[in-house]
Design a protein around this ligand. Structure first.
Ligand SMILES: C[S@@+](CC[C@H](N)C(=O)[O-])C[C@H]1O[C@@H](n2cnc3c(N)ncnc32)[C@H](O)[C@@H]1O
Length: 465
């Protein structure tokens, strides 16, 4: 390692930028973020640089570079011209005066280099390939950036607000460190990340008052329809932080690889009915749901961060509402993180736009799940020609359901598709019409999680899917 990453204090420090083009503008912007006092020397500058000069944020000397521009009061010199002879001269003059110098894209003319920067002020991450592979460094920066929540800076601000109170509360350095670790992994931290610093401070105060009792939390997290890459960044972060993860049959187990090694993962799937098998008694399923609610409460009350990972979106046919209610009734902190619901995943991966000008102005999600062998729906409303219907859990009663649509005036030739295992590599699509889709699905042996999409928009599906 030839370069040691150091953070240079540039607040009010005089810095010289030679050149006024696009590259110079980028460097000027970084220097401005560090609140440097910037002088630009260049015969001409891009409008963005001129605007900064006009607004007084930088000083622009409209002249060619001359060695008198470099004086001992400079903290840094950057040469961002595309003329190598000027860069070499800037380098030589700066070196003679021992002023750190960077000639952009000429590593041999640099005493320091710029890293790729992730700015979550005051948290700043610098990534460098030590001038060997800048594109790779920028890619690494992108990966890190995706992992760091945009509100990370608020967390540091919360720490700043509490610093003196934490110091007063804990004499012991280890106890202080343990408190900070607990705070940054607590619901108070989540509140800060969401931008509510006052709320976070109140919650943190409570933790300080009651420093011995760890506070648990519950997150109802949408795992998306199947493809693990369809999860949100927030969901990913909560999975990474969780002590306990309760997951169901539809959440992709690959997502559990992101969990901490010591996290407890508990399968709480409720097997749905397969075609041709009797529907489980509803009270059996609600018994299972009660058991899940109790598990969530038990772990969170013991101070654990519980993630309840649910296929698709927690609030779409996911009983997330009941879990939210029961956890809130137990006075627990609950966060709900939306996920991509099966209808959206299936439609996108099949190439079926759910709404389309002149074809469908609205979309309706319904469940075909049979309760006590009846399907309770408002059939004339469901059969409207100007909307798209997406049927969840419709596999068991599909033929009955589609027959009801026809019986209530729906055009039997209206296009319909069944998408099984949407967004996963094993995704299958059966195309047909209202009158023949159920038979075609049976013939194809479809028995995985599936949604039926009914409406003229199905006709827009590209034929190579
Ligand atoms: C209990 S519901 C859960 C829905 C979930 N909360 C959501 O937002 O997608 C289960 C039903 O969702 C649908 N489903 C879930 N994942 C699916 C997938 N990958 N492909 C097709 N349908 C899916 C099926 O209709 C399945 O029977």
């Amino acid at each position: 390692m030839f370069y040691l990453p150091l953070y240079h204090r540039l607040h009010n420090a005089k810095c010289l930028v030679v050149g006024g083009g696009t590259t110079a503008a980028r460097k000027i912007n970084w220097l401005l973020r560090a609140e440097a006092d910037i002088v630009v020397v260049s015969p001409a500058v891009k409008p963005a640089v001129a605007a900064l000069a006009d607004s007084g944020r930088i000083r622009w000397q409209q002249a060619s570079f001359d060695e008198s521009a470099i004086a001992p009061d400079l903290t840094l010199v950057i040469s961002a011209t595309n003329q190598s002879e000027i860069n070499r001269e800037v380098y030589a003059v700066a070196r003679k005066q021992n002023i750190p110098v960077n000639c952009v894209d000429e590593p041999e003319l640099c005493t320091f280099i710029f890293p790729a920067i992730v700015d979550r002020d005051p948290i700043v991450v610098a990534v460098s390939s030590q001038a060997s592979a800048p594109t790779l460094a920028r890619m690494v920066r992108g990966w890190i950036e995706a992992r760091l929540p945009p509100g990370l800076g608020h967390l540091a601000d919360l720490g700043q607000r509490l610093r003196s109170r934490v110091r007063a509360k804990f004499d012991d350095v280890e106890a202080r460190k343990a408190f900070w670790e607990r705070l940054f992994d607590s619901p108070a931290a989540e509140t800060a990340l969401n931008g509510d610093l006052d709320g976070a401070e109140r919650a943190a105060e409570q933790m300080l008052d009651d420093a011995q009792v760890p506070t648990g939390s519950v997150s109802l997290v949408g795992a998306g329809p199947g493809d693990p890459e369809l999860i949100t960044l927030k969901a990913l972060r909560l999975i990474q932080q969780a002590d306990v993860i309760l997951y169901d049959k539809l959440s992709n187990p690959a997502l559990l690889d992101y969990a901490r090694r010591d996290a407890e993962t508990i399968y709480v799937g409720k097997q749905g009915p397969k075609p041709g098998t009797p529907t489980p008694r509803p009270d059996n399923r609600s018994h299972q749901q009660h058991a899940i609610n109790d598990l969530i409460i038990e772990h969170a009350s013991a101070g654990k961060h519980v993630v309840r990972l649910k296929g698709g979106d927690p609030f779409i046919y996911g009983r997330g509402g009941e879990e939210l209610e029961s956890a809130m009734a137990a006075n627990l902190d609950v966060t709900v993180v939306p996920g991509i619901t099966a209808a959206l995943g299936a439609a996108s991966y099949a190439g079926i736009p759910l709404t389309y000008r002149n074809l469908s102005q609205s979309v309706r999600f319904v469940t075909g799940h049979r309760v006590e062998n009846t399907i309770n729906q408002d059939w004339p409303e469901l059969g409207r020609a100007d909307q798209t219907l997406v049927i969840y859990m419709g596999l068991v009663g599909l033929s009955e359901l589609l027959a009801q649509l026809v019986a209530h005036g729906c055009e039997p030739q209206r296009p319909a598709a069944l998408v099984e295992n949407a967004t996963l590599p094993e995704q299958r699509i059966v195309l047909g019409t209202i009158s023949n889709l159920a038979e075609k699905a049976r013939a194809a042996g479809i028995d995985g999680p599936s949604v039926a999409i009914v409406g003229d928009v199905v006709g827009m599906m590209p034929t190579d899917r």
